[in-house]
Design a protein around this ligand. Structure first.
Ligand code: F6R
Length: 250
């Protein structure tokens, strides 16, 4: 795992956007895997700005989002489709039909999961996947205990995830209890991964990610087995690792 330490959230966002821009410049047909949540918001702002400055076109790029809540229509401001349109897609030149977010309103969710995996496969697979991490080590919505062998599937959200995400909803009761997520297997098939982590509340998770055993109890630990992960983390997120002596895993 390649580790880049940055000072703060803004630097993490800038660095991540630069990596994505360079990648798309090298390969305009890049298939991007994207995340939602607080962590990548700054990165999306940087990408929108770069596009507005004429620095980058996304017209040949295809995107696949990691996850979506079940039961929220795309117009709901808490759906991840709404988030992606609002933070990125509506401000860049990517045709919306090249953007993919699992459909949490599908009547047949099992079929939706299969179709999503098949679509990723037909696109040639994800070239560059952006990930955040939950305080409990989840990636996508693969909660602790999820098998490492899963493709896209339906999950029950962990109480800690519902609690963490309640900040976006009127109350904790309003947070959907289920979601569709790309599986660990889908994520591990990505050719390259950028993992973004910011803030002291993630310091324990970063420590476990780098120093813990590879175990389904802490889903992100599987990233130790991926050949091309670039962790970009700020000082606060790396604080516990640094207390214990930073080491690179590769
Ligand atoms: C979101 C996702 C999640 C988040 C994680 C961290 O699409 O897949 O795994 O990356 O919950 O969320 P934030 O960034 O809000 O701390």
């Amino acid at each position: 795992m390649q580790i880049t330490e940055v000072k703060h959230y803004e630097e993490m966002s800038k660095k991540a956007s630069e990596l994505i821009i360079n990648r798309i410049k090298q390969m305009p047909k890049t298939v991007l895997g994207l995340a939602t949540g607080s962590t990548p918001e700054g990165m999306y702002k940087e990408l929108v700005q770069a596009h507005k400055n004429g620095e980058i076109s996304f017209s040949n790029t295809t995107t696949y989002n990691l996850d979506e809540y079940i039961g929220l229509p795309s117009e709901d401001k808490n759906s991840y489709r709404f988030y992606m349109n609002d933070r990125l897609f509506h401000h860049i030149d990517i045709p919306l039909e090249q953007t993919n977010v699992p459909n949490g309103m599908a009547s047949d969710l099992t079929k939706e999961c299969k179709v999503y995996d098949e679509s990723i496969r037909q696109s040639g697979g994800i070239d560059l996947q952006v990930l955040g991490i939950g305080v409990n080590g989840h990636i996508g919505f693969n909660e602790p205990g999820t098998s490492f062998e899963t493709g896209t599937h339906v999950v029950q959200l962990a109480p800690s995830t519902i609690h963490a995400n309640a900040r976006f909803f009127a109350s904790e009761e309003d947070v959907p209890k289920q979601a569709i997520t790309m599986g660990i297997q889908s994520i591990m098939k990505s050719k390259e991964i950028i993992l973004l982590i910011s803030g002291a509340k993630k310091a324990d998770a970063v420590f476990q990610l780098l120093h813990g055993e590879v175990s389904e109890i802490f889903p992100a630990s599987i990233l130790q087995n991926h050949q091309n992960v670039h962790l970009i983390a700020d000082e606060a997120a790396l604080s516990k690792v640094k207390e214990n002596g930073m080491r690179s895993l590769r």
